[in-house]
Design a binder for this molecule. Structure first.
Ligand SMILES: N[C@@H](CCC(=O)N[C@@H](CS)C(=O)NCC(=O)O)C(=O)O
Length: 205
């Protein structure tokens, strides 16, 4: 078995969290290397794309969270074997990536600048992406994003939905997802209650 080391921030969310859950659900042992923002500041310039997550496999360094999700998903039967279902899975993960990118552009802003940017985001890109993700879920039958079963796309969207509903983003109303994309709220609850996800958080407790 190769040695896996995942480096990401020390909170239960973001681009690293679906990878951690997928590794755990797949029974793959890994070094869960959690860094503080201060530690990241020191590491940043030496990282390939100045960002996290980074997965090391026997010392080889891999970046790009969706590529990592696919790789771990294949190893742990959390990624579709069928090409069309794999395409559905990828489409949802890439939409999350775009959504995170739009939100990420407002991180670090303060005061009036933050308020204006977040309100624009809520009325614009956030609503567009939430509706789009809800549409993808409906296309696949309303329960899972692909293959009628848990895949890494569900983990990625669940983490994103949880983040947007948590109240941790100023000027993003906690009921936005419920208003714009109610199917994603039900999806979040369903994925959070999947025994593999429950077992992961139990292992963290
Ligand atoms: N496309 C990359 C994006 C990576 C990314 O932007 N990561 C964020 C954290 S979720 C980051 O490290 N931001 C710090 C920075 O850009 O300085 C991926 O999916 O891995």
């Amino acid at each position: 078995m190769p040695r896996y080391k995942l480096t990401y921030f020390d909170f239960d969310g973001g681009r690293g969290e679906p990878i951690r859950i997928a590794l755990h659900a797949s029974g793959i042992e890994f070094d869960d290397n959690r860094v503080s923002f201060a530690e990241f500041g020191k590491l940043r310039g030496g990282l390939r794309f100045n960002s996290l997550p980074v997965l090391e496999i026997d010392g080889a360094t891999i970046t790009q969270s969706n590529a990592i999700c696919r790789y771990i998903g294949k190893a742990g039967n959390l990624y579709p074997a069928d090409d069309l279902q794999a395409l559905y899975c990828d489409e949802a993960m890439d939409a999350c990536e775009d959504l995170s990118h739009h939100v990420g552009q407002t991180i670090g802003m303060e005061g009036e600048e933050l308020k204006v940017a977040r309100e624009k985001l809520v009325a614009g890109w956030l609503s567009v992406f939430l509706r789009g993700l809800d549409d993808l879920l409906t296309r696949s039958g309303g329960s899972y994003f692909a293959d009628n079963r848990l895949t890494v796309a569900d983990l990625k969207v669940m983490v994103e939905t949880r983040w947007l509903r948590a109240g941790s983003l100023d000027y993003v109303p906690t009921d936005l997802v419920q208003r714009v994309a109610p199917g994603l709220v039900e999806h979040q609850q369903q994925i959070e209650s999947d025994p593999r996800v429950v077992a992961y958080y139990a292992s963290r407790a």
